[in-house]
Ligand binder design. Structure first.
Ligand code: NAD
Length: 392
């Protein structure tokens, strides 16, 4: 159980690039990182592409004015000259900027926490992985839902054989907010998501399904995709070649099969992110809209709903518990759990503590690279006419 007590020697000096006043995801980073004031302190930022607005915003959330920078290059250079300069930077900017900012941060000897989809190509991700290794830094990726504790319960139960052999992996991340092109015209955060120059090679595959794909890997760490087939469409034609809907079929190396439906045109759907794992004896099912509940369905027995924070859950799951039973947890706690692990990883890396790093389960550079690989393979299959391709 977590109660905010110090787990590392001092709070890590943290800065953000992006995530300013108009940014959609910035506040999620801050609720995560600043949940326990023993993990991170926000001391600097280049919060906005508009330097003045970024400074005004930074001052308004309590960052010293002289550390609200006009751009990330100035921030990295000036912070490097301070004795109390930043240790780590979070990147919460549109996709096309991630690679350059990440590279510049590592070259400035900073740890990095970056938004997904990490980059456009696996070559870029591989380069950043090597650079991070050379610099002795960690790169974390904010798969923000993956801190929900019941995912670790699923992982533990599958490892313990509670559902038998895994046969079917049924994944879905859909919503209906882009059923028309209205937002593409009016909403800045939506405009760039359908522009390949800024979004990269995909829309919903990168924007939505990378989250669910990472969670499936967290739950099933030993299962690897062997082949996949992706069929993608742009139901709103102006979005082509970027898809607003895709179905993916997967074959895993252990004989299991899987599907992923990802869509932003699931009209009427407010949020449907779902993971169902079907085994030879039983199934597990979890929805991010009901993160405190896990369905355990044993063939021939009454369905069980397992509830977060209860003593019958696995130790690995309850280790991330914060509020106790009787109280619901949600997305903020999920982000806080991930950020706490980033803090512990950074601290361990700085101390050369390989044992802690080996045992810490968190979305690291390999998971970011895997997300890029997922998108690349899906796009390659779809663009050849929805054919089976080896997962490379
Ligand atoms: P957004 O368009 O709402 O906000 C982008 C922010 O970055 C703005 O504050 C903008 O001023 C700033 N910015 C842009 N270029 C900059 C630069 N060079 N220097 C400094 N600031 C800059 O976008 P968003 O929806 O917040 O998405 C940002 C990233 O977060 C994307 O990669 C997206 O995929 C990801 N995202 C992740 C989650 C999640 O759950 N992890 C949720 C939403 C978005």
């Amino acid at each position: 159980m977590l109660n905010g007590e110090r787990l590392i020697s001092r709070p890590i000096r943290w800065a953000m690039v992006g995530g300013g006043r108009t940014g959609q995801v910035g506040y999620k980073h801050r609720t995560g990182a600043l949940r326990d004031n023993t993990a991170f302190e926000l001391v600097a930022g280049a919060f906005d592409i508009d330097a003045e607005r970024g400074k005004d915003f930074g001052v308004n959330i309590g960052v010293p004015e002289n550390r609200c920078y006009p751009d990330y290059q100035t921030m990295f250079a000036e912070e490097a000259d301070r004795e109390d300069g930043i240790d780590v930077v979070s990147i919460a900017t549109p996709n096309a900027t991630h690679y350059d900012i990440c590279k510049a941060a590592l070259e400035a000897d900073l740890h990095v926490i970056c938004e997904k989809p990490l980059f456009f190509t696996t070559e870029e991700a591989q380069f950043i992985k090597e650079l991070a290794e050379e610099k002795g830094k960690i790169v974390g990726v904010t798969y923000g839902f993956s801190g929900h504790q019941l995912l670790l319960q699923m992982r533990a139960m599958i490892e313990q054989g509670k559902i038998g052999d895994v046969r079917v992996v049924d994944l879905q991340y859909t919503h209906g907010f882009c059923a028309t092109d209205e937002g593409d015209q009016k909403n800045d955060a939506q405009k760039w998501r359908v522009d390949p120059k800024v979004a990269g090679p995909s829309f919903v595959l990168g924007d939505l399904s990378t989250h669910t794909y990472y969670m499936s890997q967290l739950i099933l760490p030993h299962m690897k995709i062997k082949k996949l087939l992706c069929d993608r469409q742009s139901f709103v034609g102006s979005r082509a070649p970027l898809e607003d809907n895709a179905h993916v079929l997967m074959h895993y190396d252990n004989g299991a099969v899987g599907t992923m439906w990802t869509s932003s045109i699931n009209a009427g759907c407010m949020d449907a992110q779902r993971i169902r794992i079907v085994g030879s004896k039983a199934s597990l099912e979890w929805w991010d809209s009901r993160p405190n509940e896990l369905r355990y369905e044993v063939q021939g027995e009454p369905v069980q709903t397992m509830i977060r924070a209860m003593p019958y859950l696995d130790e690995s799951c309850n280790a991330d518990e914060r509020l106790g039973a009787l109280h619901a947890e949600g997305l903020s706690e999920s982000w806080a759990n991930i950020y706490l692990k980033f803090a512990m990883a950074i601290d361990a890396k700085d101390r050369g503590d390989k044992e802690t790093l080996k045992n810490l389960v968190y979305p690291d550079i390999d998971t970011g690279l895997e997300g890029v690989r997922w998108v690349e393979n899906c796009v390659r299959s779809a663009d050849q006419g929805a054919v089976w391709v080896d997962f490379e």
